[in-house]
Design a protein around this ligand. Structure first.
Ligand code: ADP
Ligand code: ZN
Ligand code: ZN
Length: 731
């Protein structure tokens, strides 16, 4: 009698055994419906065996094994098991939350490839001689030649075809003369010739292609505008020729339609599937299935796409590898970059980590020789140079409404030369708050340890952590002074100031609020490309890899707030962000200027930035980290706890620290004191954290394994929620 061991979406780290008379090892990776308590639930079969520790009178029978789609491949199941062990997250939750939603439902109706699919001729179809088709099958001949001439039949044309022709197409499909592919929206008909690679690009491409048959981690460290994408495209082209699949991970796909378009344009005959949070469940499932069947040549996606089954995987690219969004911040707190490396190793294929400002982790790996380093030192477009970066000393120059005279002058110059400018506001840790100058009262959130942010247009105060909203009071609630003012520069306030200075300029504000609508982001990009904007005002959204060829001036406001943060990674992250945003200037033949308003113009970070010297700055930071024994020279995990009151959370962590002393490898790890989290109150609960530190990943893992099991017995006694975060990026 076969026993199946099933992963279920429950917060207990074990598999559940069921009787399944008809099961065999071929069913590993399939979905199964099983009774669980009083309900039925869906799970994934992770193993099939002959016996179980469950007494036979308690053993229940599985209701049904679904064989409608092929099982999850062994490589993916291995990845899930790795996540379970490494991130100490229950196996069932790892599995069930990493597959498409639709696969978690009982009834899976896989929609026929719908309106969104085109019929595209295959290589086999292209090589056929239409005259080999007997002349009496005129329609068949005609259909084949049409396909050979046009390459594809788009969905609209398919809709208008006769029933006979549609039948023929299905016949062609069965013969492998055509294939169905997701439609490429707005595919330009005129193909532009790809640029010929620069010598630096060529060297990088050749190096990677020399060794595609084995695992290698490449760090592609190229300055902004050096043409890293062209390297990805060329290497991708070579692997597609070998019938391999390419996985391309990007920080936020909604913000990178340009990248998606470039891949679709370059490979019009390849199915490019994109997997990101903007899809509905059906779209996600269809893309996922195309990948699983090996039909999608290119899978482009955000962090979750790292869990896509790819039977023919030949290459992984992680673009902007330093980006924080590759780390999931709740549930299974995985690093998609790190898992991508695991997958590349598992599949024996190369992985390219691309960045202008690599994370210190990756940079250190490259220095130590674990990663192979490729450098692109110059910009790809001939004549394009790096911008000149200058600081404006706020101690010497007044900044009424947040804008200094030299900055306004530079904006005026750009305007008169009909060039675009970008005003970048670093809002991290610094937002416009409502302040009473008489008594010092600041509008704060009652549920979080945060200040409320002024939204002038809506005349509202909002909490950016829990979503609380209220109207702006008419006077100070403490002292009654009606003269309360927004303090600090938010995007809206700077936008208003710029409008009064440059009434004739076309100013466009871009932040989370303004691009919430669907397609809003695309219209921003279009407006910039079509020269309908003079000054862009925005936050980090604008910093990421966009190419604005007519942009000559970048102004950076209030970056100082991140300089003296409590988070040890704040400086690394600020440097990366400012390098990125500075990199927007002077992309093509217009030389760029970057102006930074700061009270600390001599801070080493700004000094390194103005010399655009990533390496010296990174080495300085690495030396500091080495002296203080911080990552990447140590490994961390953080235990976070939350409760109604901070004291319970801290007390829980105190107990956790006590039981840690009995754990394996305790001598090899270091525990910090439990402390309230920097953002102590969040959504009505209070949070504390306890940092664990070790010099060896192995020791840390062994300790955590033991500790975690003991923590479960503690938690049962208290109304405290807790989780472990391995390799945390934000503390
Ligand atoms: P990065 O991602 O490294 O910042 P991109 O890949 O966005 O840079 O490339 C910057 C610009 O350079 C793009 O407009 C791209 O089309 C162009 N480009 C890339 N490679 C070449 C090349 N070999 N010759 C000419 N232009 C190029
Ligand atoms: Zn007051
Ligand atoms: Zn709040």
């Amino acid at each position: 009698m076969a026993i199946i061991r099933v992963a279920l979406d429950v917060p207990v780290d074990c598999l559940f055994d069921y009787l399944a008379p008809d099961a065999s090892v071929a069913d590993i990776g399939l979905r199964v419906c099983v009774p669980f308590g009083k309900r039925r639930t869906l799970g994934i079969i992770l193993s099939v065996c002959a016996d179980t520790a469950i007494p036979s009178n308690k053993l229940k029978q599985a209701e049904r094994i679904y064989r409608d789609i092929p099982p999850l491949p062994p490589a993916l199941l291995e990845l899930f098991k790795f996540c379970n062990r490494y991130y100490h997250h229950p196996i069932g939750q790892v599995v069930m939350n990493s597959i498409p939603n639709r696969l978690r439902q009982f009834k899976l109706t896989i929609d026929q490839p719908s309106r969104a699919f085109a019929w595209v001729i295959t290589d086999k179809g292209r090589l056929l001689d239409a005259t080999d088709i007997p002349a009496r099958s005129r329609a068949k001949r005609l259909l084949l030649t049409t396909l050979q001439d046009n390459g594809q039949i788009p969905p609209e044309a398919f809709k208008q075809m006769s029933a006979h022709n549609r039948k023929l197409l299905r016949e062609f499909l069965a013969l492998d003369w055509v294939t169905q592919m997701p439609l490429v929206p707005g595919l330009p008909t005129a193909q532009t010739e790809p640029p010929s690679p620069t010598p630096e690009q060529n060297a990088a491409i050749a190096a990677i292609l020399a060794d595609t048959g084995m695992f290698a981690s490449w760090l592609l460290h190229g300055i902004t505008g050096s043409g890293k994408t062209e390297v990805y495209l060329r290497v991708t082209a070579a692997l597609l020729k070998q019938q391999r699949q390419v996985l391309l991970l990007v920080p936020e796909i909604n913000l990178t339609p340009q990248l998606e378009a470039r891949f679709k344009q370059r490979f019009p005959e390849t199915a490019v599937v994109s997997l990101h949070s903007g899809l509905n469940d059906n779209e996600r499932l269809q893309g996922w299935l195309l990948a699983q069947q090996g039909k999608a040549g290119i899978v482009l996606g955000t962090r979750l796409a790292v869990f896509t089954p790819l039977p023919e995987l030949g290459l992984i690219v992680v673009d902007e590898e330093q980006d924080l969004s590759f780390k999931q911040q709740d549930g299974l707190r995985y690093s998609a970059r790190d898992l991508a490396i695991y997958r590349a190793k598992q599949a024996g294929v190369p992985i390219i980590l691309g960045s202008a400002t690599p994370s210190l982790e990756s940079y250190q790996h490259a220095l130590a020789g674990h990663y192979r380093l490729l450098r692109l030192h110059s910009r790809a477009v001939s004549g394009a140079t790096l911008p000149v970066i200058r600081c404006i000393d706020l101690r010497l120059t007044k900044a009424p409404e947040g804008l200094t005279e030299p900055l306004l002058t530079a904006l005026q110059t750009a305007l008169s030369q009909q060039q675009q400018s970008l005003v970048f506001i670093n809002r991290r840790g610094y937002a416009p708050v409502l302040l009473c100058k008489s008594c010092g009262w600041v509008a704060a959130c009652t549920r979080c340890s945060s200040r409320l942010v002024v939204h002038l247009h809506a005349r509202q105060l909002r909490c950016h952590y829990c979503g609380h909203q209220q109207t702006v009071p008419a006077a100070c609630p403490e002292c009654g002074d009606p003269d309360i003012l927004p303090f600090g520069q938010g995007t809206q306030r700077i936008e208003a100031a710029l409008r009064s200075h440059f009434p004739a300029a076309r100013i466009l504000r871009v932040d989370r609020d303004s691009i919430r609508r669907k397609h809003a982001w695309q219209s921003v990009l279009d407006a910039v490309q079509n020269q309908q904007v003079d000054i862009l005002v925005g936050t980090q959204l604008l910093a990421k890899g966009h190419d604005f060829p007519n942009l000559s001036l970048v102004c950076i406001l209030n970056a100082d707030a991140s300089l003296y943060s409590t988070d040890f990674r704040a400086e690394e992250q600020l440097f990366a962000q400012l390098m990125q945003v500075a990199g927007r200037a002077g992309r093509a033949d217009i030389p760029g200027t970057v102006l930074i308003q700061t009270e600390f113009p001599h801070h080493p970070l700004y000094q390194a930035l103005s010399r655009q010297n990533y390496d010296s700055h990174a080495r300085t930071l690495l030396r500091e980290r080495q002296l203080t024994h911080f990552p990447p020279f140590a490994y961390q995990a953080v235990l976070r706890a939350e409760a109604i009151v901070i004291d319970s959370a801290l007390a829980f962590l105190g107990k956790a620290a006590k039981i840690a002393t009995a754990c394996e490898q305790f001598g090899q790890i270091q525990l910090f004191d439990p402390v309230p989290a920097p953002m102590m109150r969040l959504k009505g609960r209070e949070r504390a954290q306890l940092l664990v530190h070790a010099h060896s990943r192995k020791h840390l893992q062994e300790f955590l394994f033991d500790w975690q099991q003991r923590l479960h017995t503690l938690a049962a006694q208290k109304k405290v929620r807790w989780h472990l975060d391995i390799d945390p990026l934000m503390l």
